[in-house]
Design a protein around this ligand. Structure first.
Ligand code: FES
Ligand SMILES: [Fe+2]
Length: 382
């Protein structure tokens, strides 16, 4: 990287992108899995989905199969969803409720706290297994932050809350604005999953810059005209984007009748805030709903993106509730963004991108993300 960066530093405000191979190399992807996704707090679900004793959800991220379950003691825990006997998947369902965790293969049974409780037909070694912590389920660190469940695969991670709050502070300049959206009280009304043939970093850097907004997002720039300039708001602390005159809702039609979310103030009306929580989450705040994105990298060349639209459950309970006008707006933005990500990804092995490309000044803030990645995988030039 060093040579590329030095050359470009001499050209005014142009900054280098990452080199093409950093988006395609399986070795780099393995390093990112180990040094980024095994060390960071990862958003994997919503606390309200595991509110009751015995309720669980499962997810697969960073090549691990994870089970999140609420114990009889009301504690929410995460475990690797892997039986300690011969490695079978304990829970194959995406969600459910259970009194105990029984492996389908040989019926070893675990308590909701992960301890091994039952081993059939193993009398001579039953005590040895059950009285040994080594055979309980492997724990994964878990924290709930603003109603969102975050897990961390590392041994002793720093607590999630200050790290996540810090990213909100850097974007919004305070925590109060974010808090007013009262995300723990919202519910997912609609969810879409996108299978994107692009490296996860291309998806992050695309979300962070708005240089492309006027080219590929006609509906978004119709709602948020200032995005036509390409400046965006993510690089300005506290900045939200104002709706165009006459646009009342962040939706395709710009029309609607839902009230603002309960905690919001008049100053929050007709504003959109987008933010990135590194490494893999985007959060979008609008007056009547919140949109979350989480990227699950699958390989260097493929990422799954889950996008959820959250609303006030009181509104969702109304017979005329229909989120699709709002859903359609960001769904189109997603499709446009992910197409652009594919356009780039398919050329990352080209000779033309061997030394990477350039960021224009409007995009320079993406360099911070690049430096995070390079530092994390030990390829920083400094
Ligand atoms: S693999 Fe789970 S009981 Fe055998
Ligand atoms: Fe975009």
């Amino acid at each position: 990287m060093a040579a590329n960066q030095n050359v470009l530093k001499n050209k005014g405000e142009l900054q280098p992108t990452l080199k093409g191979e950093l988006y395609t190399s399986p070795d780099v992807f393995e390093l990112e899995k180990k040094n980024i996704f095994s060390e960071s707090w990862l958003f994997v679900g919503y606390e309200y989905d595991v509110a009751e004793h015995g309720q669980y959800i499962t997810t697969r991220i960073n090549d691990e199969n994870v089970l999140i379950i609420r114990g009889k003691d009301n504690v929410l825990r995460a475990f690797l969803n892997v039986c300690r006997h011969r490695g079978a998947t304990l829970c194959s369902e995406a969600s459910g409720t259970t009194k105990a965790l029984r492996c389908p293969y040989h019926s070893w049974t675990y308590g909701l706290n992960g301890s091994l409780a039952g081993v059939p037909n193993a009398n001579e070694c039953r005590e040895q297994l059950i009285n040994n912590d080594d055979y309980g389920l492997e724990k994964v660190n878990l924290e709930v932050w603003n109603g969102l469940i975050w897990i961390n695969f590392s041994e002793n991670p720093e607590p999630a809350e200050p790290l996540l709050n810090q990213q909100i502070m850097e974007r919004l300049g305070n925590l109060e604005t974010f808090g007013r959206y009262q995300i723990p009280d919202l519910r997912v009304a609609h969810s879409k999953t996108y299978d994107v043939k692009a490296n996860w970093k291309i998806i992050v850097e695309n979300f962070q810059e708005c240089y492309h907004c006027s080219s590929i997002h006609p509906e978004l720039t119709e709602a948020l005209p200032e995005f036509r300039s390409g400046v965006g708001t993510q690089n300005t602390v506290g900045a939200g984007a104002s709706f165009k005159d006459g646009v009342e809702y962040f939706s395709i039609s710009g029309k609607g009748s839902r009230p603002m979310l309960k905690g919001l103030l008049p100053e929050d009306d007709r504003l959109y805030y987008g933010m990135t929580i590194v490494p893999h989450v985007f959060i979008n705040l609008t007056p009547d709903h919140v949109i979350t994105h989480r990227i699950y990298p699958v390989s260097a060349d493929r990422s799954i993106v889950i996008c959820d639209w959250l609303f006030d459950p009181e509104e969702m309970a109304k017979s005329d509730f229909d989120p699709m006008d709002a859903v359609e707006l960001f769904h189109r933005v997603n499709e446009q963004d992910f197409a652009a990500c594919r356009w780039c990804h398919e050329n990352m092995n080209s000779k033309a991108f061997k030394n990477g490309g350039v960021l224009v000044p409007l995009e320079n803030h993406v360099t911070k993300f690049y430096n995070f990645v390079l530092d994390s995988i030990g390829m920083s030039s400094s």
